[in-house]
Design a protein. Structure first.
Length: 485
């Protein structure tokens, strides 16, 4: 740890002021915070990351990130952005044990509209590993930068400045010592627990609207030993059907590092999974198709408790709409919006938000440029809005869901999205468009391309598949297929 920033030196009258060093403070040492710190090294001479907890020096759990115990995938739309921000990071992930899984080739998915075909061509991809590994590889790279310093074990207690502009932050160490850190720019990447609305109110800034959509989803996850010979096993998932008047239940297997399968079950209000290990595979067998349970019955669960999480509410803070937004302060990542983890959007949206911040900083030329914070906040809202629409338009449909009901336009968009998904089960061109949007690699308007619209209206074109798309070799790797004994 280093000492607090020192005041600018006094200079003789009449002499020309030297260029003031740009100092940036990032609140939060998670994925969004590390990506922001990396980007800020291009625009600042000194970047300080303030983290409330103690960051581990390896791919180990963080108390501040309990959701890391569940399935996390980084879709190609986010992975490409992270690669641009930290060149070579994909190779680092793979060297550490992650897998780059081609889509749809490496995906066995029972969507709400039927089984996707595994076309023999890569259209998009995902990075599959535990969240602990994903974060650690990024953290190791970022914290090695000579202009980045880490203050972990420090809690942010407030902003310095006024409603017109932020000049730094006030932090408290684990020993209770209060420190002031001066900054030309403060970036809030503290996540879903961000207290930015409170911090802004304390300095007299305007109120920030907030919205939530809660499907009542509960997650339960545990590790299984991957069978020998299943090193290249696909991701397997069974999705729910939001429009059916029953609780939405899902089951997912993601192959991760150390020859393990991370298995996550989920259920909305009235159909939640439990911590009971005797009921884990029972729940998996009760979803729309028992393929996940069939696979789990051919392997063994690893020692350890079942992780259960209930914090799956979609939440959005409309910072870009604030009447009075202070200069030199901005928010990114989960500090702006959180999504039902089922859709795998959070990390990709955070990365895209950081990339938007990078572009605006490059245009501005300096951290404290007038109007910069507002411009960044509006730019960050772009990818957030797309992901928010995709997640909440589905979650609000489940029985007992809480939140604003969709308007007619949203309902029409949802109906068209269903038709796209249906056509994607049988038309290769629509599968490409479907994955382009789902992986956040292309904007949602991709589905309105004339060729996509025509193909969607024509329907899947092929008969619906009636069984999981696992190959005979994949079944053989885990044991005989059901009914083949």
């Amino acid at each position: 740890m280093t000492s607090p920033s020192s005041p600018a030196p006094v200079r003789p009258e009449g002499t020309r002021a030297p260029r003031r060093p740009g100092r940036a403070v990032v609140i939060g040492g998670g994925m969004a915070g590390m990506l922001a710190a990396q980007v800020l090294t291009r625009h600042a001479d000194e970047v300080t990351v303030v983290e409330r907890g103690e960051l581990p020096d390896g791919p180990r759990p963080r108390r501040e990130l309990p959701q890391a115990r569940h399935v996390h995938v980084l879709y190609s739309g986010g992975a490409r952005v992270v690669e641009e921000l930290i060149p070579g990071i994909t190779e680092d992930w793979i060297a550490a044990g992650a897998r780059r899984i081609p889509l749809p080739t490496g995906l066995v998915s029972y969507t709400a509209q039927g089984w996707l075909r595994r076309w023999p061509v890569e259209m998009q991809y995902m990075i599959a590993c535990t969240r602990d590994l994903l974060d650690w590889v990024v953290r190791r790279r970022v914290l090695g930068h000579p202009r980045i310093r880490l203050l972990d074990g420090h809690e942010l207690t407030g902003l310095l400045g006024t409603r017109h502009g932020v000049t730094g932050v006030r932090v408290r160490t684990s020993a209770g010592v209060v420190r002031h850190l001066d900054a030309d720019l403060v970036v809030d990447a503290s996540g879903a627990s961000s207290r930015a609305r409170t911090w802004l109110a304390e300095i007299g800034a305007g109120a920030v609207d907030e919205e939530t959509v809660d499907s009542g989803l509960v997650y339960a996850s545990r590790f299984y030993r991957a069978p020998a010979g299943a090193e290249n096993f696909p991701v397997v998932n069974v999705q729910s059907v939001p429009r059916e008047p029953v609780p939405g239940r899902t089951a997912t297997i993601v192959p991760v590092e150390d020859r393990r399968w991370l298995v996550t079950l989920s259920g909305t209000r009235g159909g939640e999974p439990t911590r009971d290990p005797e009921l884990f595979e029972v729940f998996a067998r009760g979803v729309r198709h028992p393929v996940v349970a069939d696979l789990l019955s051919r392997t063994t669960a690893l020692p350890g408790d079942i992780a259960v999480s209930r914090s799956t509410v979609n939440g959005r803070r409309y910072f870009e709409r604030a009447t009075h937004w202070p200069e030199r302060f901005l928010a990114i990542g989960d500090s702006v919006a959180t999504y039902n983890p089922l859709y795998g959007q959070g990390m990709s949206v955070a990365a895209q938000g950081v990339a938007a911040m990078d572009r605006e900083l490059a245009r501005a030329g300096r951290l404290s440029a007038p109007g910069l914070a507002c411009r960044v906040q509006r730019a960050v809202a772009g990818p957030v809005s797309v992901a928010w629409q995709m997640a909440t338009s589905q979650d609000i449909l489940y029985p007992g869901a809480k939140g604003r009901r969709p308007g007619r336009s949203t309902t029409l968009v949802g109906a068209y999205a269903d038709r796209v998904t249906r056509a994607a089960t049988g038309r290769m061109s629509v599968t490409q468009a479907f994955l382009d949007v789902i992986t956040l690699s292309e904007p949602a308007t991709r589905w309105l391309d004339p060729d996509v619209v025509v193909a969607t209206l024509r329907g899947p074109g092929r008969p619906s598949l009636t069984a999981p798309t696992l190959t005979a070799k994949e079944w053989e790797a885990v044991g005989p297929a059901p009914g083949a004994r």
